[in-house]
Design a protein around this ligand. Structure first.
Ligand SMILES: Cc1cc2nc3c(=O)[nH]c(=O)nc-3n(C[C@H](O)[C@H](O)[C@H](O)COP(=O)(O)OP(=O)(O)OC[C@H]3O[C@@H](n4cnc5c(N)ncnc54)[C@H](O)[C@@H]3O)c2cc1C
Length: 623
């Protein structure tokens, strides 16, 4: 009934969809097996993509030829560039999507991808011969063969849902848990553990009094994620801010004794930075209110997501507490908040390609690796799909390093340091975040993806043309000067000194008070320069301004990144016997033997391996 595939992707969440489309677009024959085809690319929690550091990941996925950015652009109902008041390394795009359209758009992309077949079923075992995976077994009794398999099971493996004292199996509310697979992997020698996450109540918008909430509109000029020509938003829906109070906190405290978290019924570790409302009240007892974001779930729906009110307290307590928030006095609830516990596999069991160390041709991607978030999942799926496809065709693996992408940081962190709580990306995790900006993801990554046959010709040509325009315009701005009479009125308005003489555009731009977009409006000389190019837009001008204003800092980071590259090039043998190097500390020998770093650079990032241990290894390598 089934042919032998190049790749089977298990699970059609954000990781699975990116994995399947990437591999299929690279020419591999792919079967996507998922438990419910209706729910492909479902947003389990809030319908928002991007955010701090996550927005950069979506831009990188897009630059590499993935689809998360395109789907978000086509389905967004609000766009905001976060952190715009900070330096450009921190600017992070975030979009609120229509959750129904998001699923529909992904489905259309999947169905229009050549080489991609679908099968609705539950994979409950894998077939391994001589430490190589050769296929999977399913709940409906099929054995399906493939050269490679990517597991992207998300929160479904032995998932247990908690609402107060109520506990039941499920991978998400309304969907059953996936069973059998964890146990079969453990039998093969994999280590597994438990994590937990949670989600808030969804509320009927007709019963919210928005006049008591603060409106939060989208950006006046909305941006987008994809570097392709996806449409820009023309109208947007607002989100709103609401606040809890001592009264709300006291009601929630009434439910603490039935809390699965406080009673110890939940054993898995949850995300520290994204706590439930009961956790926030407990940990920050001195705070008399917490901010909530009231977010629409789509263009036409009346359902609202109450971001910040995640809870696994009994539903009647959630309901009572919600109704004591100003604006929610008459609120009706669509669905209660809940917590979910699930199995994950510590990611130190993986190589850089996301292939497991234990079973050849088997890859793990997404929440199964202890991460959280659609963006982190999508990025891993894309990389696993690419690498599985390359492996099938006998080509070199595709690995991104820490100085060229957040995706490189993500994977290096996962496989080198492991996780002790659900891992999400932060800008602080990246050493070279001024290089890894959201505006330049295409310049950093599209060429690399084009060379392995994923990024399309059109993407590649767009990137080349953007690069050329940026270089030419910067050259012009460094050469052409403005007369004081032309720009002084603008400079005066911005509260900065008048020019003493004709000054180069690039020199004027170094002043923190001025910005290029405004200067374009005020200077005929600049307007005339721009007329020479036909692909200038707001985003491109912003990129140019960043490159001019931060030139010195960028050069310094590039220098540091190049130094770091040297360590990354010093390879360590995968079967090296660290126990024989007695001058290494005991802890270093243990950790190095377990994680088996690929390079000296990676070894240096393992916690417990000290600079002294690295010197020992460096001396050994030099011999
Ligand atoms: C209740 C809840 C709250 C969350 N809260 C947040 C949050 O606040 N912030 C945040 O960033 N992230 C949150 N997340 C996590 C976010 O949803 C995930 O990070 C993201 O969806 C992971 O993507 P994934 O592709 O790895 O897995 P998922 O999106 O979970 O998709 C897994 C897919 O695999 C399929 N599947 C699973 N097992 C099998 C099997 N054996 N056979 C066939 N198919 C299978 C499932 O049907 C599903 O399609 C939450 C998730 C849940 C469930």
């Amino acid at each position: 009934m089934f042919k032998e595939y190049d790749l089977i992707v298990v699970g059609a969440g954000h990781a699975g969809c990116e994995a399947a489309t990437a591999a299929a677009n690279m020419g591999s024959s792919v079967l996507l097996i998922t438990m419910n085809i209706e729910n492909m690319a479902q947003m389990s929690c809030n319908p928002a993509m991007g955010g701090i550091a996550k927005g950069q990941i979506v831009r990188e996925i897009d630059a590499l030829g993935g689809h998360s950015g395109i789907v978000t652009d086509k389905t967004m109902i609000q766009f905001r560039m976060l952190n715009k008041s900070k330096g450009p390394a921190m600017w992070s795009p975030r979009a609120q999507s229509d959750r129904f359209l998001f699923v529909k758009e992904w489905r259309s992309i999947l169905e229009n991808t050549p080489n991609l077949d679908f099968w609705q079923d539950m994979v409950n075992d894998i077939i391994v011969e001589d430490n190589k995976i050769i296929g999977v077994k399913t709940g409906m009794g099929h054995e399906i063969r493939a050269k490679t398999v990517v597991l992207t099971n998300g929160t479904f493996l032995n998932g247990i849902i908690h609402i107060g004292k109520k506990t039941f199996g499920g991978g998400r509310i309304g969907e059953r848990a996936a069973t059998g697979l964890t146990e079969s992997l453990i039998k093969l020698g994999f280590e597994s553990d438990r994590m937990k996450t949670g989600t808030p109540v969804r509320v009927d918008g007709r019963t919210i009094d928005f006049s008591k909430l603060e409106e939060q509109a989208g950006d006046e000029i909305p941006g987008k994620f994809s570097f392709t020509d996806t449409p820009k938003l023309e109208k947007q829906r607002s989100c709103y801010l609401a606040y809890t109070s001592e009264t709300v906190h006291n009601i929630l405290r009434e439910g603490f004794e039935d809390s699965p978290m406080f009673a110890g019924r939940i054993k898995g570790i949850g995300p520290r930075y994204c706590p439930s409302i009961e956790d926030k009240i407990d940990r920050f007892a001195d705070k008399d209110r917490h901010q909530l974001f009231v977010e629409p779930e789509g263009w036409d729906t009346i359902e609202y997501y109450i971001n910040g009110f995640s809870s696994s307290l009994p539903d009647h307590i959630q309901f009572k507490a919600l109704r004591s928030i100003p604006g929610f006095e008459n609120a009706k609830i669509f669905r209660p908040g809940y917590a979910i516990e699930y199995d994950y596999f510590p990611p130190v069991q993986l190589n850089y390609t996301l292939e497991t160390k234990l079973v050849e041709n088997l890859y793990f991607a997404g929440q199964i690796n202890g991460t959280t978030g659609y963006e982190e999942a999508g990025a891993q799926g894309l990389m696993a799909g690419i690498n599985a496809s390359l492996k099938v065709s006998g080509k070199e693996p595709f690995i991104l390093n820490r100085s060229e992408s957040y995706i490189g940081v993500l994977i290096d962190d996962l496989i080198t340091k492991g996780v002790d709580e659900p891992y999400r990306m932060f800008t602080s995790r990246a050493e070279y975040r001024l290089l890894l900006r959201q505006d330049n993801a295409d310049l950093r990554l599209t060429e690399r993806s084009y060379k392995i046959g994923l990024a399309s010709e059109d993407r590649y040509q767009r990137m080349l043309s953007k690069r050329e325009t940026i270089d030419n315009l910067i050259r012009k701005f460094k050469k052409v000067s403005l007369d004081p009479s032309e720009i002084d009125p603008y400079l005066k308005e911005k509260g900065t000194n008048a020019l003493k003489q004709k000054t180069r555009i690039s020199t004027i731009l170094l002043r923190p008070q001025v910005n290029l977009l405004e200067m374009c409006d005020r200077s005929e000389t600049i307007k005339n320069i721009l007329k020479e190019f036909d692909n200038v837009n707001t985003d491109l001008l912003e990129s140019i301004e960043i490159l001019i204003k931060y030139e010195g800092y960028i050069a310094k980071e590039n220098e540091l990144a190049n130094k770091f590259e040297k360590y990354e090039k010093l390879k360590l043998k995968p079967d090296f016997d660290y126990q024989q190097l007695q001058s290494l500390s005991f802890e270093a020998r243990e950790k190095l033997s377990k994680i088996r770093p690929h390079t000296l650079g990676q070894a240096a990032r393992i916690s417990g391996v000290s600079p002294a241990d690295i010197s020992v290894l460096a001396v050994y390598l030099s011999k």
